[in-house]
Design a protein around this ligand. Sequence first.
Ligand SMILES: Nc1nc2c(c(=O)[nH]1)N[C@H]1C(S)=C(S)[C@@H](COP(=O)(O)OP(=O)(O)OC[C@H]3O[C@@H](n4cnc5c(N)ncnc54)[C@H](O)[C@@H]3O)O[C@H]1N2
Ligand code: MOO
Length: 407
Amino acid sequence: MGRSVDEHVHQVAAVIRGAAQRRAQDPPLECRVVPGLTGRLAAPAVSTLDVPGFDNSQMDGFAVYAADLDRAGDLPVTLPTVAHVVAGDTAPPRLDPGTAAPIMTGAPVPPGADAVVPVERTRPGDFGPVAGGGLVEFSGPVASGTFVRPRGADVRTGEAVLEPGAPLHAAAVGALTVAGVTTVEVVPPLRVAIVATGAELVSGAVPDSNSRALLAHAHELGLAATAHVVEDDPAALEDLLNRLVTDHDVILTTGGVSAGTREVVRQVLEGRPGAWFGHVAVQPGGPQGLARWSDGAREVPVVCLPGNPVSVLVSFELFLRSPLAQAAGRVAWRPSGTAVLTEPLTSPAGRVQVRRGRMEPDGRVSLVGEAGSHLAVSYARADLLVFVPESVTAREAGDTVEWWRIA
Ligand SMILES: Nc1nc2c(c(=O)[nH]1)N[C@H]1C(S)=C(S)[C@@H](COP(=O)(O)OP(=O)(O)OC[C@H]3O[C@@H](n4cnc5c(N)ncnc54)[C@H](O)[C@@H]3O)O[C@H]1N2
Ligand code: MOO
């Protein structure tokens, strides 16, 4: 039975979403706020500080009473300066009306002052003596509040910095740090089991690159993942699945799904309730399967990828990366676009062909390697996937293609 790419994208996304929702019911993890924090917030992260912590200047300039400059316009207003206020000063003295305090960006606004005029809008255009005692001329009025960043404008003590579900990305680490939050409750990460199948892997005749590459993808997304190799023996695979189902949320298999005599994944999973095995209209990555495994107590989805290394990587990009990234609180999409080809290509009718490519300095796309799904090395040399729609059998140099960035 055949499926479109879109249909399989939706089917896989739905099972990963379901697994993520079930995993989110598990008790949250308490994690320290450190660079490297990943996942999503399980409970509101409450600020322990006002951010900013004090009224401060947005500009290098002069802190003033706005009312003092009301009459500036036709005739400039000249004010005597007091000592400079710099970032790091904690308690500047109260500003007297009729004076101006040279103030640097981020420095606390002296009590009383309610506006800052940037230095370049004053004359002579410099700050004068550090200790004060200079004169500064203003040529126009200023509204109260101008260039003052008020205390608590970003978040106030006791308010949520971030709500449950928020992704814990780099900006979140910065925000939590500035708000004085040192630990957060994090949704427990999806636990992914990767199962590579094949006698050639167990014997060492072929290095198991699939599970390594999938593990690397999982790590990059901040997911908890384990990798396993099993021979072409249904009993051994069943035994492994029974062990994995107890402490994993999603199982990914590679290999054993095509039409040969030793298709261990199909043999074990195809007849099970709700299982689907068939062809998706894409090359590479055509043979695919989706099933469930239960030990009676717990049931998890099993996403079955073909064995060829390029098929595995393309399948991951098409079907798995986005929902797994979503579950992990990472950006779910890849940068994509259209560009002109540097060379011709051919493609099978009725399938989306996915080629590997590179973005040239002139913005055109060249192809990297041939179409074969065993060419793992040329995949790694590429920085784009290049898509040829089902209806297209040939493209010429100069034709436009769609691409996704993979590196
Ligand atoms: N008669 C048919 N034959 C094939 C079909 C078909 O439709 N009819 N489809 C072809 C396509 S397309 C693919 S893709 C493969 C998928 O086959 P399997 O999923 O059963 O994968 P295997 O046979 O186990 O392995 C294929 C290939 O990949 C190598 N491999 C497997 N696992 C790993 C690993 N973990 N690391 C590195 N390399 C791996 C394996 O040695 C084989 O060379 O079927 C086609 N045949
Ligand atoms: O779909 Mo297979 O993945 O072309 O090599």
